[in-house]
Design a protein around this ligand. Structure first.
Ligand code: NDP
Length: 341
């Protein structure tokens, strides 16, 4: 059973050497009387929050997911096939998505709202790491619940071509909003404009002045900011927010590898402009997963929602795929194929 191990707590940017590959044995049978489930992992999801799990536990930072344990395999979201089961609700051959180890086979204890059976099998199974999985749920809850969008509003999305951002942009367009995204390469900017239907997009790495870039794109200001990056971008956005604007603080990837956070969040402007900033965690909304699936599945079938994935092949490629997120190497949702069946 090949596994991705966690060497030790990380400071600064993680590297592949923090995540060595090892091998161990696993019994392919669940012992009699156990209610656990043996799964074969097919796809693993590379997610930025996993960097936060590489930190030493800190009592001041509430953990939505616990720190990885040095010397043990890391874990995350994945798509898996049940091989053997002592659990009454799961049987051999079932397909599921949810929390698993980064390894070929995992023994799991199914948890409601953390492990889901896959019912729609006419989509690529890999979609359950992205569009139909945790990032999809994040985009759905973050945009519709946290941003309270209205038709005609102006929406800005950062890391807009990624797993979450590409969906937020498409949801916002479906709602009749004016939508602009930022991303870190020309190819990603082209995707935003030509594939995902954003009204405009810019490469934040090429802009000398983020405030000026936002003024150019939003002469009348921003109603909604879906923040995936944090840092200096938030400061520039607040200067350009309209009164009563909303900011969904989804993630702040620009800060995850820094010792001292950048940016100061124009705090007085938040007051004057009555801006609402709200953090959220997708996991708080997982009980609404079936509502989300009912909402999004028809749009996928009708071709109204599209999704771009970046697929790494083989468990051995998982460490570099995960580390690549923090250098913007992924184009679209980064995932790893462990096995295709
Ligand atoms: P992405 O697919 O967008 O991948 C990460 C991208 O972030 C990279 O491709 C890169 O794109 C961008 N990036 C990396 N470093 C920086 C930096 N220093 N400054 C600006 N951009 C950077 O990831 P996800 O869509 O999965 O996640 C997006 C955000 O949402 C993350 O902050 C993540 O933590 C958060 N999140 C929050 C959840 C929640 O429950 N609140 C759940 C899921 C995700 P580029 O080339 O454009 O720079």
């Amino acid at each position: 059973n090949k596994q991705v191990l966690f060497r030790d707590y990380v400071t600064g940017f993680p590297s592949e050497s923090d995540l060595p590959i090892t091998s161990t044995t696993v019994s392919l049978k669940i012992p009699a009387g156990s209610t656990t489930v043996l799964v074969k992992n097919l796809y693993l999801s590379c997610d930025p929050y996993m960097r936060n799990r590489m930190r030493k536990p800190d009592p001041l930072i509430p953990a939505t997911a616990q720190s990885f344990i040095p010397g043990k395999p890391i874990s995350g979201f994945g798509v898996s096939k049940v091989m053997d089961s002592g659990h009454q609700d799961y049987k051999e051959g079932d397909l599921i998505w949810g929390a698993v180890g980064w390894e070929e086979y995992s023994v799991i204890t199914p948890i409601p709202n953390l492990h889901f059976k896959i019912h729609h099998k006419d989509f690529p199974l890999s979609y359950y790491t992205g569009l139909l999985g945790m990032p999809g749920m994040t985009a759905y809850a973050g945009f519709y619940e946290i941003c309270s969008p209205k038709k005609g509003e102006t929406v800005f999305v950062s890391a807009a071509s990624g797993a979450v951002g590409q969906l937020v942009g498409q949801f916002a367009k479906m709602m009749g909003c004016f939508v602009v995204g930022s991303a870190g390469t020309k190819d990603k900017v082209d995707l935003l404009k030509n594939k995902f239907g954003f009204d405009d997009a810019f490469n934040y790495k090429q802009e000398k002045d983020l405030n000026a870039a936002l003024k150019r794109c939003f002469p009348e200001g921003i109603d909604i900011y879906f923040d995936n990056v944090g840092g200096k971008m938030v400061d520039a956005v607040i200067l350009n927010m309209r009164p009563h604007g909303r900011i969904a603080a989804c993630g702040m990837i620009s800060q995850y590898n820094l010792q001292i956070p950048e940016g100061v969040y124009g705090l007085s402007l938040i007051t004057y402009k009555r801006i609402r900033i709200q953090g959220f965690n997708a996991i708080d909304y997982f009980h609404k997963y079936s509502e989300f699936a009912e909402f999004v599945v028809p749009y996928i079938r009708q071709g109204k929602i599209t999704y771009v994935e970046d697929v790494a092949d083989g468990l051995e490629t998982a460490p570099s795929a995960l580390v690549g997120l923090f250098h913007g190497k992924n184009v679209g949702k980064q995932l790893v194929v462990v096995s295709r069946d």
